[in-house]
Design a protein around this ligand. Structure first.
Ligand code: KG4
Ligand code: ZN
Length: 342
């Protein structure tokens, strides 16, 4: 089965064609035949964050060329496809609508089945495109710019929310702290780079709810963000080694909170496998700390390659293909749902 996936929920216009043997519903074998991502970083950088109106307009300009490129790279035409999948939510409504309308047009023109998918499901299932694909049940930690949530994945299509952030998402915290420090948008990757030569013990930043509510599986990053802001207000924006130390200490606090909760949740739910996904899963310290802690606790960790962690079309094609295999189809009434839950 070959499926085209289209993703326009935020600031990446992405399309991919995947080939999947969905016969084994537990561990379907899938590979990307193409994976094209156009990022809008340059469009939003000077505003220090995503401007929804500009995002929609850029998706409008880029979506068709990106789809064309994905089909060409995969050496297929619309006629060779078994379905067209598109992200319906969650995300920015105007941005989502561009993808949904284009997917509907392609489905109508080609007569191929259309299916709407959830962006978070896409992130959770991206690991299935890796060589080390996890079979459910597993625990999924989605850490992105808009979400920080723990899901128990009992089976593909069956997701139970165990905990999520009470305020900022982890990626949002990275980006806001980066802005405070005068780093370019999106800041996560810049903090990651500077932190490599910083001392994570230079500042003892708070770990969210860690001490107050030991048993719960929610997250909180606003206190940490405030602690960095107060530090900067008192001492000014650091430079050189002091900047690297601040980045490393902030990053350590985020990664400590994320990995501690994930390992605790895996133990509590008796799950032997943990998948960490979403843009923040590209963070080098999160990857190494998760590896350390999972090894110590006997948990099998699945970390998709970095390009599968950040927004991409392959994860949407995959979650759409699995929905098609379960018999789901969308009608021409399909629309964007910015608050879509999983
Ligand atoms: O999943 P994603 O590409 O888009 C959303 O669905 O939000 O995640 C984007 C987020 C941004 O906040 C970005 O700063 C963060 O992922 N990010 C990182 C790294 N690479 C991307 N955060 C920390 N370290 C990184 N290396
Ligand atoms: Zn995402």
């Amino acid at each position: 089965m070959r499926v085209l996936g289209l993703e326009t929920s935020c600031d990446e216009t992405a399309a991919a064609v995947i080939e999947i043997d969905a016969a084994d519903t537990e561990r379907p074998r899938a590979r990307a035949l193409s994976d094209v991502v156009h990022t809008q970083t340059e469009v939003h950088a000077r505003f220090g964050g995503v401007v929804p109106e500009l995002a929609s307009r850029d998706h409008l300009q880029r979506a068709l060329p990106v789809v064309d490129q994905a089909l060409q790279q995969a050496q297929v035409t619309l006629a060779d496809l078994d379905g067209i999948a598109v992200t319906c939510g969650p995300g920015l409504v105007g941005a989502l609508l561009v993808g949904v309308q284009l997917a509907k047009s392609l489905a109508l023109a080609s007569g191929k089945p259309l299916v709407g998918t959830n962006h978070l499901e896409g992130h959770l299932l991206a690991a299935l495109l890796s060589d080390d694909a996890p079979a459910p049940p597993f625990l999924g930690l989605v850490v992105s710019g808009g979400h920080t949530s723990l899901y128990e994945v009992a089976a593909i299509g069956s997701y139970k929310l165990l905990g999520s952030t009470l305020d900022d998402a982890a990626g949002e915290a990275f980006d806001k702290v980066a802005k405070l420090l005068g780093l370019p948008y999106p800041g996560g990757v810049h903090i990651d780079r500077l932190a490599r030569t910083g001392d994570p013990k230079a500042h003892a930043f708070p770990r969210g709810l860690a001490r107050r509510k030991r048993d719960q599986l929610d997250f909180s990053f606003s206190g940490l963000k405030t602690a960095v802001r107060v530090h900067v207000e008192e001492h000014g924006v650091p430079t050189g080694q002091a900047l690297n130390d601040l980045c490393a200490s902030f990053q350590e606090a985020v990664c400590d909170a994320l990995t501690a909760r994930a390992v605790r949740a895996a133990r509590a739910a008796r799950l032997e496998r943990l998948v960490i996904c979403g843009g923040v899963a590209a963070n080098s310290r999160l990857r190494s700390l998760a590896q350390e802690r999972c090894a110590a606790d006997g948990i099998h960790l699945h970390l998709p390659a970095v390009k599968l962690c950040t927004d991409n079309g392959a994860m949407i094609a995959l979650s759409g293909a699995l929905r098609l295999a379960r018999g789901q189809r969308a009608s021409m009434d399909l629309t964007a749902d910015p608050g879509l839950r999983l």
